[in-house]
Design a binder for this molecule. Structure first.
Ligand code: GAL
Length: 407
């Protein structure tokens, strides 16, 4: 009898464990990189209900939802500076007077999903309460409000920072798995300890560098210009630096555990059209999450056209889920870059002029070792190339041409 009891309890433990396992890794979240809008780049900690309501409306009126964007993400600043008297997270009562649960209902009614920001330390970067020691309680709170996405940050030091990121971010992973709701988990620990070697076990996506800035190139901060630099330099990385970091690590991109190059500055920074196209093309083809960071009420037609380009978004959401890889042998260090990767029906080639002046560049598609090109379309212009074997033309300052090659 005793033996029978212990066998059945063993069996139920195994059942519980395997269902936990299923909840951790078996969901369909993140089959393609997530797409949405996040409040941080344009609004910092001042995000409020009015802003979010306008955003929700713009998802329809600007055609963003139709283009595939579906997450509305509140970054740091959504919560009060204090927990409730009994220790629960709560919304900032002035910015979100009706609270998060009501907002989630509103977002869901529009066919969209709601995300919140939290932190693995005692405090968030903007000094709101972090979830260290409160992981399960906070995950339950998010689930009870109907939250669909959690961006989880790395600030708020003290003793929590003596724990490895794997421990701090793993604790919230487990808490989310036990919350009873399928919540997308976006790990934001700025590339510390190289999460592309372990982050796949923890998040659906994970940031690879310090914060993006509104500089396209030649930033003053962001000391680390390479992925394996030990001082990851908390913030201020330019678009070009983040692209260059991916030269070393794009091969670690895996389906459901996406390397996150940070929120987009398209429409937020004062970039030329070519800079915006380059930024968006690389984020898309490298399979980074596509999270708009702009104030949607101020988006220019050019920026909107970049952000909703169907063919470029299709690269990001392609079923093969393969990132482009830097092709050093075809590139000229510091002058121009060639990246290639497979997509359904053929392959894609990105050709970037990384100089502030125009350059004449030639590239023989047939030499890339990816099959004989039958037809080549440049995705920004939508034009077929007359010569599908060789490209031989001038690229403007910081311009990227994106070739979809049918084989
Ligand atoms: C940073 C994070 C940013 C933003 C900010 C909020 O650590 O990388 O994306 O979330 O905190 O304070």
């Amino acid at each position: 009898m005793k033996r029978k009891t212990s066998l059945s309890s063993l069996l139920s433990t195994v059942t519980i464990l395997s269902s936990v396992q299923l909840a951790l890794g078996g969901t369909t979240l993140g089959r393609t990189p997530q797409m949405g809008w996040n409040s941080w780049n344009a609004f910092k900690a001042t995000v409020n209900y009015t802003v979010v309501q306008e955003v929700i409306e713009s998802f329809d009126s600007l055609g963003l939802k139709k283009a595939g964007y579906d997450y509305v993400l509140l970054d740091d600043g959504w919560s009060s500076f204090n927990r409730t008297a009994d220790g629960y997270l709560q919304a900032n009562a002035t910015s979100f007077p009706s609270g998060i649960e009501a907002l989630a209902k509103e977002v869901h009614a529009k066919g969209l999903k709601l995300g919140l920001y939290g932190d693995s330390g005692h405090y968030t970067c903007a000094w709101r309460p972090g979830s260290w020691g409160y992981e399960e309680r906070d995950a339950q709170t998010f689930a009870s409000w109907g939250v669909d996405y959690l961006k989880y940050d790395n600030c708020g030091g003290f003793q929590s920072m003596t724990e490895a990121p794997q421990v701090r971010f793993g604790a919230m992973k487990n808490a989310l798995a036990l919350s009873g709701r399928d919540i997308f988990y976006s790990v934001c620990e700025w590339g510390y300890q190289f999460p592309w070697h372990w982050g796949g076990d923890i998040g659906h996506s994970y940031r690879i560098s310090g914060d993006i800035t509104t500089s396209f190139a030649n930033e003053t901060a962001c000391q680390c210009k390479t992925a394996y630099c030990l001082n990851t330099g908390y913030a201020g990385c330019s678009v070009l630096t983040i692209i260059n970091k991916m030269k070393e690590i794009s091969q670690y991109q895996t389906q459901g555990h996406w390397l996150d190059m940070d929120m987009l500055e398209v429409g937020n920074a004062n970039f030329t059209l070519h800079q915006q196209q380059t930024h968006f093309a690389f984020w898309a083809a490298l399979k980074s999450p596509l999270i708009i960071g702009a104030d949607l009420s101020k988006l220019s037609n050019d920026s909107l056209a970049v952000l909703t380009n169907k063919a470029v978004i299709a690269l990001n959401q392609d079923a093969l889920a393969e990132p482009v890889i830097y092709r050093q042998a075809f590139s000229e260090e510091g002058l121009f870059q060639v990246w290639t990767g497979k997509v359904e029906g053929g392959y894609v080639v990105l050709l970037l002029n990384e100089k502030s002046y125009s350059q004449h560049i030639s590239l023989a598609f047939s030499n890339l070792g990816l099959g004989t090109p039958k037809k080549v379309v440049e995705l920004w212009s939508g034009q077929n190339l007359r010569d599908s074997i060789k490209f031989n033309e001038t690229l403007e300052s910081y311009q990227t041409l994106v070739f979809k090659v049918q084989t």
